[in-house]
Ligand binder design. Structure first.
Ligand code: PLP
Length: 401
């Protein structure tokens, strides 16, 4: 009954965003939500996206008819090629299939439902810590055996590789393992290539099912191929695997919900029945995906000149983040802020796991109107040349206090 409904906990990142929006402090800074900001602290519509949007608006042949249940094929094929590499044998051999989904989150949800309901997996692993939504998505899709593998080492402010390997070695067969393909959220710490090879060994030995969450391709290093290295390693080693791709960050298309679900299998004959099952999962949840964002991405990925323009945009975004990392580390070191700060530049992607405590985060919000998550995760894009001194001095104060 309605009267018996319990209050659900707030989603922290949206809660913090609201606190920022409500603040009237002139120097307020939003370091919470994972969205790109320009050096003027403004959202950025990529110029190539604006250009394609104008073309789409002028194209009188387009309409608002439904897309097929599995989405726009020109989009999903191009997206899969971007992740696997266009010449990957799985594509030529017909062992890959891809469907358009509701961004990264929606892709994970369909993947989780497919794994649980159709393939009967029930155990899943995620890293400690991970993006806050992994647990929710998988449990809501029906998984009941929720497990974690170690990832972040607070002492070294880096990867707890031995802990990760040990936990995966102890995983029961047929567990699904969620791996961040690059720019791990929230730590910004990725395994090295050698470490990825060892992770692949364990996944193979223990008969685990790899699921790559790819939310930051191109955003991490500015190089699409480099950021896809781990996914390609697994695909080359012949794993059956799933990868979900989000185009929220690398295209700045957050609210358009543009995503792709890619599955690589060993035997091409399973693809037709597999797609038929995914069709039912999608039909019974949202029927078919929206087209606007997927059309934009499809046009860009399938046109050499536009693709080149987009790559420049990615470089601008990742380059600005790297500059802010350097700037923050330099300032904290100059201020003599207790502790080490080299992890800020060692980490990659949108976030830095600063090592700041929940109390220090609260202190920053209350005294300085600087808003970050209680885990100490900051969105590097929230820093600008205009606020970086203010933020560094505030962090210094919070650490010294
Ligand atoms: N996975 C990770 C690790 C993320 O950080 C995000 C977004 O923050 C997503 C997936 C999904 O984002 P979206 O649903 O906007 O594509």
């Amino acid at each position: 009954r309605f009267a018996d409904i319990q209050q659900a906990p707030p989603i922290e990142v949206f809660h913090v965003m609201k606190a920022f929006a409500d603040s009237t402090h002139e120097k307020k800074v939003n370091l919470s939500v994972g969205a790109y900001r320009t050096d003027e602290a403004k959202p950025w519509v990529l110029p190539v996206v604006r250009k394609v949007e104008a073309e789409l608006a002028a194209d009188m042949t387009l309409n608002h008819e439904y897309l097929p249940i599995l989405g726009l094929e020109s989009f999903s094929t191009a997206a899969a090629k971007m992740l696997l590499g266009a010449s990957h044998p799985a594509i030529a051999e017909g062992r890959m299939t891809a469907v358009q989904v509701l961004s990264g989150t929606g892709g994970l949800r369909i993947a989780a439902e497919f794994l649980h309901r159709i393939l009967k997996y029930n155990t899943f692993y995620f890293s400690t810590p991970t993006w806050g939504n992994h647990r929710l998505i998988f449990t809501q899709a029906g998984f009941t055996d929720v497990r974690q593998y170690r990832y972040w080492d607070g002492k070294t402010k880096g990867l707890d590789f031995d802990g990760m390997i040990e936990d995966l070695q102890n995983a029961p067969e047929n567990s699904v393992v969620i791996l961040h393909s690059c720019a791990h959220n929230p730590t910004g710490v990725d395994p090295t290539q050698d470490q990825w090879k060892k992770i692949a060994d364990v996944v193979e030995e223990r008969k685990l099912f790899p699921l790559f969450d790819s939310a930051y391709q191109g955003f991490a290093s500015g190089d699409l191929d480099k950021d896809a290295w781990a996914v390609r390693l697994f695909a080359e080693r012949g794993f059956e695997m799933i990868a979900t791709q989000s185009f929220s960050k690398n295209f700045g298309l957050y609210n358009e919900r543009v995503g792709n679900l890619m599955i690589v299998v060993k035997d091409p004959s399973v693809i037709v029945p597999m797609r038929s099952q995914i069709t039912l999962l999608v039909r019974g949840s949202y029927s078919n995906p929206p087209s606007h964002g997927a059309r934009i991405v499809s046009r860009v990925l399938n046109d050499e000149a536009l693709f080149g323009e987009w790559k420049e945009c990615i470089k601008i975004m990742s380059g600005r983040i790297i500059e802010m990392r350097k700037g923050l580390q330099e300032r904290l070191e100059k201020l003599g802020t207790p502790g080490t700060w080299n992890h800020i530049t060692a980490q990659i992607g949108m976030f830095s796991f600063t090592g700041l405590s929940a109390e220090q985060s609260k202190y920053l919000a209350e005294k300085y109107h600087i808003y970050l998550l209680s885990s100490g995760r900051i969105n590097m894009c929230g820093l600008t040349t205009g606020n970086i001194d203010y933020v560094a001095e505030a962090i210094n104060d919070a650490v010294c206090n």
